[in-house]
Design a protein around this ligand. Structure first.
Ligand code: SF4
Length: 255
């Protein structure tokens, strides 16, 4: 397998011009097991999984198991394991942090306020993601610029605190994703055909109506603008401070 030469001197602007499979080949070739695909098994992530495993069947794949995922997400994991023989690494929240949070604020705290919803995402998703990334040099995600306004400027490659984050299909359209999945007979998340174009935790995801934006079914009870949960956008201003106060409360016994 010719992995190519990693363009050490290239900047993210140049990498942004490379096709998805070229980017993945470069990074897999350079970082090997220091590179992984981060996925929640939605359409876009499944493109990355299929593409990466075709380049290198030993590609590492990991997913965050928040403890609140729908059963159908475990079914697509099993389908990917069966089709590709892939080994999927499941990443869990810290048990003590989870117990502290749910004891203080209840198991369904995400319904109480935007700050508590973000706290839940911090404990169940962001902090486990940070722990996982600490063992990697580079990772790829299925973000696309067309998914939401917040993602409109997503670069294909960026170096964040010495770690590469790739979004190889950032410039793809939804139709390109569809065409790739069909042409390559990629397994699909079972909820997709039931009106769920964007799938996260079970209590925070609903189907969307025809004509609604594909992320309209995520945290639908919140006002527009507050929908990213901290994995890709850092909360700012008052909300960040309120979230930090809640986090301090949850983590206090551990410090
Ligand atoms: S999506 Fe909902 S249940 Fe999942 S971590 Fe975020 S707030 Fe919690």
């Amino acid at each position: 397998m010719d992995m190519g030469t990693f363009p050490i001197t290239l900047d993210p602007t140049h990498l942004d011009g490379l096709p998805a499979d070229h980017l993945l080949r470069l990074f897999l070739g350079h970082f090997g097991p220091g590179f992984a695909v981060s996925t929640s098994f939605q359409r876009d992530g499944l493109v990355i999984i299929d593409m990466a495993l075709r380049i290198d069947p030993a590609t590492r794949i990991f997913t965050l198991d928040t403890g609140r995922l729908p059963q159908e997400t475990y079914e697509i994991m099993e389908a990917v394991r069966a089709k590709y023989g892939a080994r999927i690494e499941l990443v869990y929240p810290d048990t003590a942090e989870l117990e502290s949070m749910t004891t203080r604020f209840g198991p369904d705290l995400f319904r109480h306020s935007v700050a508590q919803r973000k706290l839940c995402c911090q404990i169940r998703k962001v902090r486990p993601m940070e722990r996982k990334l600490a063992e990697l040099d580079a990772y790829a995600v299925g973000l696309r610029r067309g998914q939401s306004g917040e993602r409109a400027e997503t670069p294909k490659a960026q170096l964040i605190d010495g770690k590469w984050k790739l979004a190889p299909i950032a410039d793809w359209t939804s139709q390109q994703v569809e065409d790739y999945l069909t042409a390559n007979d990629v397994p699909r998340h079972p909820l997709e055909s039931r009106g769920y174009p964007s799938i996260g935790c079970a209590p925070c995801t609903r189907p969307v109506a025809p004509g609604e934006h594909e992320r309209a079914g995520r945290w639908w009870w919140e006002a527009e603008g507050g929908k990213e949960c901290g994995l890709h956008v850092t909360p700012e201003g008052k909300m960040k401070r309120e979230l930090d106060v809640l986090l301090d409360e949850v983590l206090a016994p551990r410090r």
